[in-house]
Design a protein around this ligand. Structure first.
Ligand code: BMX
Length: 308
């Protein structure tokens, strides 16, 4: 049993006994766990998302990862999936992340292969709900936003306690905000994958995001400049989110968003761009649930529906 998240007081003893089988299907990794009603994570396991991320390969890896965590009396699994999620189906908006996922009936595939009913949410929408319920967004009554900077750039908004899904499951897909100067969209320039490509081009040798961050922290000027450029692109997106949604706070998460120095760089760029401006500047917070936000949010969503 791993309890990676700070214990939160279970509301009743029975809350801690009821657990949900959940998975987080991201662009780089698939995480599975049981999460109890108090938001504690148990039996967490992780496996890389197969590359190329074809439907068969990814669904196979997901079900194999769930097998050791599944209990005989489980009827359902909650899956927080990267991509546009609507009515049990998944589409990769960024086709580079999940190859050929144009309109995948994930609920149908999971049922056929495992007999489990599946409940789906977009990964960032689930994480936003988790942060609102148990993490950085606790107590946000009007609106709360969460942005993940990881393989892709995703986001979720919780409005008056409800995740905002949108008409097509595309709400808060910040990664697809257009980039006026370079063409394409934000995710192509400022995601973890983009950082890897750009850092490699600058360094002349393969450079993973974590190495780029380490070099910047050690005083490498080219890497520091690249991270500032990334942070500025992200800051513009955060300000757009802020001015459209007016959230009480925006929590920053995701592997790259949570990496050392990233939040400070974002805060600096947001400050520079809002200096002297009337209104209320955005309040940026570090996401509190770390990489487990999607798992926890998914379980909280299932729990909420069991109670209503
Ligand atoms: C992409 C998009 C979002 C997702 C976000 C973060 C795809 C496949 N995904 O913008 O739906 O929420 O990435 O996801 O189009 P991750 O893969 O980085 O965890």
């Amino acid at each position: 049993v791993s309890e990676r998240v700070r214990p939160l007081r279970p509301e009743t003893t029975r809350d801690a006994e009821r657990t949900h089988l959940v998975a987080d299907l991201g662009g780089s990794k698939i995480a599975v766990a049981r999460v109890d009603a108090a938001g504690l994570v148990h039996q967490r396991r992780e496996t890389p998302t197969p590359r190329p991320g074809t439907e068969d390969a990814v669904v196979g890896a997901l079900l194999a990862a769930l097998e050791p965590v599944r209990r005989p009396d489980d009827r359902r699994v909650g899956v927080a999936a990267t991509g546009r999620v609507l009515a049990g189906r998944v589409q990769a908006v960024n086709p580079g992340t999940l190859t050929g996922w144009d309109d995948v009936d994930l609920v149908g595939r999971i049922r056929a292969a495992s007999g489990l009913d599946a409940v789906l949410l977009n990964d960032a929408h689930a994480a936003a709900y988790g942060e609102w319920r148990f993490g950085a967004g606790r107590g946000s009554d009007a609106a709360f936003a969460f942005v993940t900077v990881s393989t892709g750039i995703g986001a979720g908004i919780v409005v008056r306690g409800e995740p905002w899904i949108g008409a097509h499951g595309l709400a808060a897909h910040l990664g697809f905000l257009p980039d006026r100067s370079r063409g394409g969209y934000l995710e192509a320039h400022a995601s973890g994958r983009a950082l890897e490509r750009r850092a490699t081009a600058r360094a002349g040798v393969p450079t993973e995001p974590r190495q780029a961050l380490r070099r910047a922290a050690a005083g490498d000027a080219a890497m520091g400049e690249l991270l500032d450029e990334l942070a500025d692109d992200l800051a513009v997106a955060l300000l757009q989110l802020h001015w459209i949604v007016d959230p009480e706070a925006i929590a920053i998460g995701g592997g790259l968003g949570l990496a050392g120095g990233m939040l400070a760089r974002l805060e600096a760029r947001v400050r520079a761009r809002t200096a002297g401006q009337p209104g209320v500047p955005p309040r940026l917070l570090r996401a509190r649930l770390g990489v487990d936000a999607g798992l926890i949010g998914m379980a909280a969503w299932m729990d909420r529906h069991d109670r209503t």
